[in-house]
Design a protein around this ligand. Sequence first.
Ligand code: HEC
Ligand code: HEC
Ligand code: HEC
Ligand code: HEC
Ligand code: HEC
Length: 236
Amino acid sequence: MASLISSIRERNKKTPTWLKVLVPVLAVGGLGVVVVTAALVAFVVTGWLGQPVPVLGFDQTFDQPIDFPHTVHAGTGQLDRDPSLPELGLDCTFCHRTVTTQANAGVPPVQQCAFCHQSIGPESNSQLQILRDHAGIDGSDKEPINWRRVHRMPDHVRFVHEPHIRYLTANPSAIGNAGSEVTGAASVEPSMVCSTCHGDVAAMEQVKQVEPLKMGQCVDCHRDNGAPTDCAACHH
Ligand code: HEC
Ligand code: HEC
Ligand code: HEC
Ligand code: HEC
Ligand code: HEC
């Protein structure tokens, strides 16, 4: 017994002090690394596979200051109000002018609406009345319309429209939610590619987010089409 104790004492003396200090530090540090890694992995996994929670932006829609129907303006059917009249079939880029050149698609200023609605549309339409008030048509003060954003990425994500429109118009086979006459073409107009991420907006009375637009969807398409998949490509 005595010899055992003395041999432990002996060994203890031989253990260098730096090792005595390092072992507990490593143990605690290792635990920290495990905790941080686990948190990070959980974070990434939810980011990747996470089923969209409705509140966090999937299938979301908002009431807008004016009930602006994409159907009437961008659709190609007949007006509900008077089926003998056609919908306008305006091109998406007529209103979302910067979508082919910039990060943001852009939403037109009220003056652009007023260009038509100064004269077009019944006086009695309450929504058009709000529009005319904002445009200062009836002598009221001009005031921009504060449209509410439907699609919005978190602050740590970077999204730019321009490269997507450029790539998809030249590579229609990568377009989502479109018929084979579109995806089979050699190249298409910009307004043919929006459905990939926004669904069929021209058929929406009120715009809503129909694609989850979660990280997995972005990364899958990037991988399939030779676009960057490093974290810094999409994260600030
Ligand atoms: C190129 C012309 C044109 C532009 C630009 C335009 N509109 Fe219209 N808008 C129309 C026509 C045509 C109708 C159908 C009028 C009717 O029912 O007789 C219409 C209808 C409407 C209606 C009534 C819809 C309904 O169901 O009764 C609203 C509201 C409206 N527009 C808002 C807007 C807003 C907001 C903008 C700008 C972002 C805008 N419009 C830009 C031509 C235009
Ligand atoms: C006459 C102008 C006009 C035309 C044409 C038009 N839009 Fe819009 N768009 C608007 C306005 C105004 C808003 C903001 C109000 C709203 O969300 O309804 C909007 C909103 C949107 C949004 C939602 C933006 C957000 O907040 O996330 C998308 C997506 C969109 N448009 C796509 C399209 C597509 C795709 C087309 C072509 C099929 C199109 N738009 C044609 C005027 C237009
Ligand atoms: C690859 C996916 C993708 C495609 C293709 C795409 N969008 Fe978007 N769009 C988004 C995302 C993501 C957002 C939200 C961006 C943010 O919050 O920074 C967005 C936002 C918008 C908005 C909101 C406001 C703004 O100014 O950006 C409009 C309007 C819009 N898109 C219109 C369009 C139109 C029109 C097209 C087709 C010409 C189109 N988008 C094609 C993914 C896409
Ligand atoms: C339909 C396929 C597709 C989807 C979906 C998609 N992307 Fe892309 N993205 C591309 C392609 C292809 C490019 C490269 C285009 C080029 O420059 O040739 C690109 C380029 C980018 C770029 C520019 C990268 C750089 O530095 O050049 C960013 C940022 C980006 N995407 C972010 C996103 C985000 C965020 C999402 C999800 C909301 C998304 N993308 C969804 C296909 C897609
Ligand atoms: C092609 C674009 C793209 C790339 C590349 C990308 N991300 Fe993301 N990431 C997104 C988008 C869009 C979101 C926001 C939507 C969501 O939560 O899925 C997101 C969200 C996240 C979140 C938050 C998840 C949550 O639940 O809030 C984390 C963490 C994350 N990304 C980490 C990473 C890491 C680490 C990499 C590199 C391995 C990476 N991302 C590469 C697009 C991208």
